[in-house]
Design a protein around this ligand. Structure first.
Ligand code: ATP
Ligand code: MG
Length: 548
């Protein structure tokens, strides 16, 4: 029996599931738990769980039914209702996102319940479809179909944001294993979008992928090419390679716009602003979508205020708010930055298509902005919700994707001069892997009497979200010292405590160790540490950390 390839796009606000149909990918409609998006009629599964107990809950649209009651009962506290758990899952999966009884529910537990429920409903749907096809009298085949229902999804691709840490992939993988998925892989969201938009990829293409969702704006330049790359899984559809050339992101999404809309409405009230605010905030998203769908600036809609009054807001006011908050300027700035990052490899004229994905690309003026910048015939906007998940299903079916390292990595070293730690750039974002032999060599001295030597490798700068001020030193390497807490917080040490014992201990200020770094085909940073004093290797091609 051939395996079915499934894919899930777990989003901050909405999730989708799709499958490969043999010739194309198709988003699966799970009527019970999805909410139809009115503009495109897309079956979106709201990323929401309402827990009944720690292991069970209602998910998606079903969870919303309980929301009103909960909001009144649990004002301001954690409730049995969890939303936006993806963000917590990506940062620290043990953090609580909901509470039932007095028991805290972690983001990991929440994601497990959410995904398990999606897989269960999917299996049930499949079962009902196939059981119709099996005659009632054929009990044996019916029983077999029922057994197969269990663990139906055993080949799954999930999409991940570019800026996510390796820990996030591992987290998804471990949840998928727990749910009985045997073949699991992850794929970067922009690459998935590129595959999902069905652009004619019979030739090399440069694509600008704009993912503007609930929580973030991510813009990536992706290059796809036909290729029989080594290691590609052979499938009838032919191989396509996709490589991210440059990418930038910003914590600006639909939720930010909801806040702006709330402020805009509150500013129109003459009194009782703080009493009205929660009710206004709760309707902000719906009002935003309604105003986005309108065409004339004179059209309006309203908020229902506690007490029965209405607060009318017009599309004109909405447009002015978006403009005044700098939405369009910000998007344009990020676009230019991404194109700037890739300028040594291509120019604006080389971009074949602009792919818009994510619900916030439906905000008024966003599509116009891209059409103005790149010309209407290059902008693809008609699959804002499905391109990513369907691209992942296509990938699962055998398209080959070639990737690069998306984060900057540095080694924490001690600066004698400044008398504090600083960071020495090791791997720059955009480095392709596996790297050739002798790709990076560094020399280190060891302080007198020092017996332990370590090289703490850190991920820095949130995949370019924060522009860091690297300065070149006389030895040719780049160094950076964090200024302020925001900068200090964008450092994540990945191999703290991993030390090498030296014999004899350090003496003098001459270089004692030579370290050769490479990146293997599984994204592992490997190091060979050579003791210059004793002319021997202390470590040979040791795996240090997994890069992203
Ligand atoms: N018609 C619309 N007009 C304006 N905004 C919309 C519309 N439809 C959805 N949105 C907004 O899009 C956002 C959700 O988009 P999407 O489903 O792509 O996000 P997500 O994938 O869950 O989030 P992320 O990609 O950040 O993880 C929400 O903020 C929602 O309010
Ligand atoms: Mg998304």
């Amino acid at each position: 029996m051939t395996r079915t390839h499934w894919s899930i796009d777990l989003g901050t606000t909405n999730s989708l599931i799709a499958r490969w149909m043999g010739t194309h990918a198709e988003t699966v409609v799970l009527e019970d738990i999805c909410a139809r998006e009115p503009a495109w009629n897309t079956p979106l599964i709201p990323s929401v769980v309402c827990f009944e107990d720690a292991d069970r809950g209602f998910v998606g649209a079903q969870a919303f039914a309980a929301e009103e009651v909960l909001r009144a009962t649990f004002a301001g506290r954690l409730t049995p209702l969890a939303r936006s758990f993806k963000r917590v899952l990506a940062r620290d999966s043990r953090q609580p996102v909901a509470e039932i009884g007095s028991q805290a529910i972690s983001a990991r537990q929440c994601a497990t319940v959410f995904l398990r429920e999606i897989l269960r409903v999917t299996a049930e749907r499949e079962q009902s479809l196939t059981s119709h096809a099996i005659p009632r009298w054929n009990i044996l085949r019916r029983a077999l179909a029922w057994i197969r229902r269990e663990g139906l999804v055993n080949d799954l691709t999930m999409t991940v944001p570019i800026e996510s840490f390796e820990a996030y992939r591992m987290e998804l993988q471990s949840i998928a294993r727990k749910l009985g998925v045997q073949h699991f892989r992850t794929l970067d969201e922009p690459v998935a979008a590129a595959l999902g938009y069905g652009v004619d990829l019979t030739d090399d293409r440069n694509l600008l992928v704009v993912d503007f969702g609930g929580g973030t704006l991510d813009i990536a330049l992706v290059r796809t090419a036909l290729g029989g790359a080594p290691g590609a899984r052979p499938h009838g559809v032919g191989h396509r390679k996709a490589e991210v050339m440059a990418a930038r992101g910003l914590n600006l999404g639909g939720e930010t716009v909801d806040e702006w809309v709330t402020e805009m409405a509150c500013a129109k009230l003459s009194a009782h602003v703080e009493t009205m605010r929660p009710a206004i905030r709760a309707q902000a998203e719906a009002v935003k979508k309604e105003l986005s769908g309108k065409v004339l600036t004179t059209q309006d809609t309203y908020f229902r205020l506690p007490g029965g009054d209405e607060l009318v807001v017009s599309r004109q006011e909405f447009l002015e708010t978006l403009q005044a908050r700098g939405l369009y300027d910000t998007v344009e700035t990020v676009v230019s930055a991404v194109i700037g990052d890739a300028r040594h490899r291509m120019s604006v004229a080389d971009i074949d298509a602009i792919l818009l994905v994510g619900g916030s690309t439906l905000l008024p003026g966003i599509r116009d902005l891209f059409e103005r910048l790149f010309g209407a015939n290059r902008v693809h906007y008609w699959k804002p919700f499905e391109a990513v998940v369907e691209g992942a299903a296509i990938y699962g079916a055998g398209y080959y994707v070639d990737q690069i390292i998306h984060h900057d990595y540095a080694i924490r070293v001690y600066s004698e001069q400044a008398n504090c730690p600083q960071y020495e750039m090791l791997i720059k974002r955009g480095t392709a892997y596996p790297t050739p032999e002798g790709f990076e060599t560094r020399y280190y001295s060891v302080a007198p009497k020092q017996q332990l030597f370590s090289l703490p490798v850190c991920e820095v700068g949130l995949a370019g979200r924060l522009a860091l001020d690297w300065k070149q030193s006389r030895n040719g390497h780049y160094y950076w010292q964090p200024k302020g807490t925001e900068e200090a917080e964008c450092v994540m040490a990945l191999n703290e405590g991993d030390a090498i014992r030296l014999y004899p201990p350090g003496a003098g200020s001459q270089a004692r160790l030579r370290v050769d770094f490479t990146i293997d085909s599984d994204r592992w940073l490997c190091a060979t540490v050579h003791d210059l004093l004793r002319s021997r290797d202390i470590r040979t091609n040791d795996r240090v950390i997994r890069l992203r």
